[in-house]
Design a protein around this ligand. Structure first.
Ligand SMILES: [Zn+2]
Ligand SMILES: [Zn+2]
Length: 446
């Protein structure tokens, strides 16, 4: 999930780097307990980092962490949504709280140079051999998940309710959350009232917590446009309908969807990432293919843009004089990822609690990202009854962050082969936040 420079505005005028180096005092022993657990957690982290698995291939990862959860006393079910894991702990009356971590690595050849860098190679679903890396930091998510589970089990006497901790497969291809839901996540297991998760952030200093009330991440649609023309000799354009010229017009007119048809306050993106046609200098081909990524927040804006793409493709084809039976074919990919929506009041209340715990300088509201996350699926399964929040935890070592900002150096983003988060800080911060949030949601009746 790319989140390039999303924190820049939130942090620009802040003396955050210094503040992170001097964390606020915690009011309880959660921080100290996680710190004491850190050597073992980092061993787990390095093991996960060195052994990443691709989407829906997270077999060894799932087995390893399912065993951890069983040891802690959870009732554990494996193979939910192919490789997903559901760990349930019933602990008296109270709400059901679900904590989610995702497990998959990416087809990226790691270049961090770390001692525990991944050397793993695997076969992609397309049958191509590739390096594999936890380039999105899902290894920090899983280790934070284990750290949180341990703290909540240790504090079992302090909370009442049902804790559902899930390990989701295949976030990177936008399919894992759906797979778990379709496999009965909310019917075979207790259905949550609250759903919580975090993501490491490659554009924020280690230990910083960023939150966004409302829409936090975008609707992600992939759209294919097959532009049909009439092929022929490059020297006799009068007897053809050139799909390259028509495709180029479509690309240009698509730029007006955002700039001229949307409310300027409503953010969206239409990017043509691929334009392919033709094979030779002097042949006008009879087809061109455009591949688009479309980003938006609300359902209404999404529908408006997708309709607009169809209208523009057809309209330009008519203007070019393409015959009725050669109109462009616009296909929406079915791997759509819906926008992540953080329940606004809940997000603000939680942020206030986190500010009291970590200090104002370590917790701040950040702008929404045009990246995607299928964490959105859990809330969307029942928006009237589920309250949901995903937050960012910065991972850039403070010295590196300060230097990069001062010298205008571009930092590696998520999915970069160079992304090496300060994992211990990410894990400790996330686990402390998750533990405190969960305890707050499941108070023991006096
Ligand atoms: Zn990712
Ligand atoms: Zn991710």
């Amino acid at each position: 999930m790319p989140v390039a420079s999303m924190f820049a505005r939130a942090l620009a005028a802040s003396t955050l780097a210094l503040a992170v180096a001097m964390p606020a005092q915690a009011q309880d022993t959660i921080r100290a307990d996680i710190a004491a657990d850190m050597p073992g957690l980092m061993e787990l982290y390095r093991d996960l980092h060195a052994n990443p698995e691709l989407s829906f291939q997270e077999v060894k990862t799932a087995r390893k962490l399912a065993a951890e959860a069983r040891k802690l006393g959870f009732e554990v079910t494996e193979g939910v949504g192919k490789t997903g894991v559901v760990a349930v702990m019933k602990n008296g009356p109270g709400p059901v709280v679900m904590l989610r971590a995702d497990m998959d690595g990416l087809p990226v050849v790691e270049q961090t140079g770390l001692a525990y860098a991944s050397k793993v190679r695997a076969m992609s679903p397309a049958g191509i051999e590739t390096g594999v890396m936890h380039a999105c930091g899902h290894d920090t998510h899983m280790t934070g998940w284990v750290a949180t589970a341990r703290q909540l089990v240790k504090r079992k006497a302090e909370w009442s309710g049902t804790l559902v901790m899930i390990l989701q497969p295949a976030e990177e291809i936008g399919s894992g959350a759906v797979a778990m839901l379709e496999d009965g996540l909310f019917t075979r297991f207790p259905k949550p009232k609250y759903v919580l998760g975090f993501h490491d952030a490659a554009q924020a200093p280690a230990g910083f917590i960023g939150y966004t009330p409302g829409f936090a991440l975008a609707n992600v649609d992939s759209v294919d446009i097959k532009v049909k023309g009439l092929g022929g000799h490059g020297a006799y354009p009068q007897s053809t309908k050139d799909p390259i010229v028509l495709g180029a017009r479509i690309v240009t007119t698509l730029q007006t969807l955002i700039s001229r048809e949307l409310d300027p306050q409503d953010a969206a993106v239409v990017t043509v990432g691929s334009f392919q046609a033709g094979a030779k200098h002097n042949i006008i081909s009879d087809e061109a293919t455009l591949l688009l990524t479309v980003r938006s927040y609300s359902d209404e804006t999404r529908a408006k843009i997708l309709e607009g793409i169809k209208r523009i493709a057809k309209g330009e084809a008519i203007a070019a004089g393409v015959p009725e039976d050669r109109m462009p074919v616009v296909t929406m990919s079915d791997t759509f990822t819906p926008a992540v929506y953080n329940s606004p009041d809940f997000t603000r209340e939680t942020a206030a609690m986190l500010k009291a715990r970590f200090g104002d300088q370590r917790v701040a509201q950040v702008p929404p990202s045009m990246g995607g996350e299928d964490f959105s699926r859990f809330y969307r399964a029942d928006p009237d009854n589920i309250t949901s929040l995903i937050f960012w935890v910065g991972g850039v070592p403070v010295a590196e962050y300060t230097k990069a900002k001062k010298e205008g150096i571009e930092m590696p983003s998520l999915h970069s082969p160079f992304w090496a988060p300060e994992a211990d800080t990410v894990i400790a911060t996330a686990a402390e936040a998750m533990t405190a949030m969960t305890l707050k949601l499941m108070p023991k009746a006096p």
